[in-house]
Write a protein that binds this ligand. Structure first.
Ligand code: VG1
Ligand code: CO
Length: 577
């Protein structure tokens, strides 16, 4: 088995985005395309000879082919051992877990996350460092720089490796160790949460439901919410029903093992549980638009008590109660406020962090707990340093991402288990827990509008137009809102001092309400413009329950100052969350 040195020419478009390099499958299948990027990783990370890497992906189309290529290139680049998820499967949080547990040099994760898959869908690849987290910007920039000058890559001439059964094989001088992708992760979850209490909840129930008679005064935000008053008595013995929609993506096997086998949820509690290369033709993004199977169940008659979904690579989560949607920003705040109910967090939180566009709901909890709260740019890679330095325990993003320092990725199933642990301890419905939270802390009403597939120039034009108007916007009044200031968010990492600029335009109003504009860094077609809207409501219970109603003024202002419709020709957003 010899090592082949293959001549190649650089591609100009291999700049990693918010989370790795994401392109159409057709782009990745161009001769040398994947190979160039993989060699650029090896050239940049300078792994010592014989180092161990973790490898796996979300099982989407091209996963298996890419794994064969990466294995042969790893062997030709002096890697000593690859820990490979059986079948090439490894959720993003599980990859992070395994990198940390076995202290490997790093890992390569194959996923385009929530983007659709299949031969005409998307594929993606990213490198994670030894802390288990996405490579920081200095590493991704080095990889990109290398990809622009690459002239050759190294590849072992060898037959394909079989990786559908656990065991060890050799590839040249390298060992390939195929492992069960679920067990290490499941074990970690058992160490963090009270599985006995959750098992008990799933077996028995006893959840208090909101009482339709509850009046606004009874739920005054100024009063601590009494456990019993305002709620109907428990339906004793009624089973607590859950549904988890794996969306035919990577978390199916994880959810089956943990929710059904280890926690005793009845068979069928996990739906769309079999991972498919094209996610069954769906869009594996857990939100109210794309997780339609689950939404139908949770908003239908006989709705279960708790519903959740995760995305393509298992790092996102959506939490639903009976006919009730928990925004990801609120979910982070609720987890922070209730964290000590879970055994893994009973010591309390060192601090919390959220990405800039995420609502400030968690800031209010941090203030009450008297712990620091950090605001970072979008993308999980910015949380890594804070967690490594012990500054934060929990972090989250508005884009259905929540996580903690148990790994260095956001973690979909972890968030679900955290919620179940809280429900088991508090014996209230999801809706009650969130309403009580709002009553105590006030409510940051929140929504995100995504305009997908815009012509890139038009989208950039909107951003430029906003920036050109910063001076005139400051102090401007729009109805009840007055602009306090606007800026283009930049972040100085408090641990290593690195600076990230151009992270999104913020229009901040005097009452703390905000409009944020950002261009997505994960799309593969044209540009996606995201508009994030947030208004703070201190008196939450009686007014404006519908976020779209409460945010109507801000939406109008956003459209007006951005000239979005005029510049992009779009009347309506593609997705509202
Ligand atoms: C989006 C989200 C961001 C998230 C990223 C990766 O990025 O907004 O919060 O970290 O996806 O998530 P962008 O640049 O498109 O806004 V995942 O689950 O797709 O890896
Ligand atoms: Co994801």
């Amino acid at each position: 088995m010899g090592i082949r040195i293959v001549s190649t020419r650089p591609f100009s478009d291999q700049k990693p985005g918010t989370s790795g390099l994401r392109k159409k499958v057709t782009a990745f299948r161009q001769p040398h395309y994947l190979e160039n990027f993989v060699q650029s990783i090896f050239d940049s990370i300078a792994a010592p000879k014989g180092a161990t890497l973790v490898l796996g992906g979300d099982g989407r189309y091209y996963n298996r082919e890419a794994i064969q290529i990466i294995l042969k290139m790893a062997a030709a680049n002096g890697i000593g051992r690859v820990l490979l998820g059986r079948g090439g499967i490894l959720s993003t949080p599980a990859a992070s877990c395994v990198i940390r547990k076995y202290q490997t040099f790093g890992g390569i994760i194959l996923s385009a996350s929530h983007n659709p898959g299949g031969p005409d869908g998307d594929f993606g690849i990213k490198y994670n460092t030894g802390n288990g987290g996405p490579a920081p910007e200095k590493v991704t920039e080095a990889i990109f720089a290398r990809s622009k000058t690459i002239v050759e890559y190294r590849m072992l001439d060898a037959a394909d490796v079989a990786f559908d059964a656990v065991g060890e094989t050799s590839l040249g001088n390298m060992k390939v160790q195929v492992f069960d992708p679920v067990s290490d992760y499941a074990e970690l979850m058992e160490s963090l949460f009270d599985f006995a209490a959750i098992r008990n909840l799933l077996a028995a129930g006893d959840i208090a439901q909101p009482d339709a008679q509850t009046s606004c005064t009874e739920m005054s935000p100024l009063r601590p919410f009494p456990q019993s008053a305002g709620y109907a008595s428990n339906v004793s013995g009624a089973r607590f029903h859950i549904k988890f929609d794996a969306m035919h993506a990577v978390n199916g096997p994880y959810a089956k093992e943990i929710l059904e086998r280890r926690l005793g949820a009845p068979a069928g509690s996990v739906i769309n549980a079999v991972p498919l290369v094209d996610f069954g033709g769906g869009h594996p993004d857990p939100n109210l638009t794309y997780a339609h199977d689950l939404v139908e169940i949770m908003y239908g008659a006989e709705a279960p008590d708790f519903g959740a979904a995760s995305d393509g690579d298992g790092d996102r989560n959506m939490i639903l109660g009976q006919r009730f949607f928990v925004t990801p920003s609120d979910s982070l705040a609720v987890l922070a406020a209730n964290a000590t109910l879970a055994p893994g967090y009973e010591q309390g939180l060192a601090g919390v962090a959220r990405s800039m566009p995420t609502s400030a709901a968690v800031d209010r909890v941090a203030q009450a707990l008297n712990i620091p709260c950090y605001e970072t740019p979008t993308g999980w890679k910015f949380f890594g340093n804070l967690m490594d330095a012990g500054k934060v325990t929990l972090c989250g993003e508005e884009s259905f991402g929540t996580g903690s320092d148990h790994v260095r990725e956001k973690d979909g199933l972890w968030a679900v288990l955290f919620w179940l642990n809280i429900l088991a301890a508090r014996r209230l419905s999801v809706e009650s827990i969130v309403r009580e939270h709002w009553a105590k802390y006030g409510r940051n009403v929140y929504s995100r509008y995504d305009y997908e597939g815009l012509p890139t120039e038009a989208a950039q034009g909107v951003m430029q137009h906003l920036k050109n108007n910063f001076a005139t916007l400051a102090g401007a009044q729009f109805g009840k809102y007055t602009v306090k200031y606007c800026d283009d968010f930049s972040y100085t990492d408090p641990v290593d001092g690195s600076v990230s600029t151009g992270q999104g335009v913020r229009i901040i109003f005097t009452d703390g309400s905000r409009i944020v504009f950002r261009l997505s860094g994960t799309g593969t077609e044209g540009a996606t413009l995201r508009v994030y809207l947030e208004a703070f409501e201190a008196d939450v219970v009686c007014h404006h329950l519908d976020a779209q109603v409460a945010l109507a003024d801000l939406i109008g202002i956003a459209l007006q100052i951005s000239e979005l419709k005029l510049r992009t020709g779009r009347e309506q957003p593609t997705v509202i969350t």
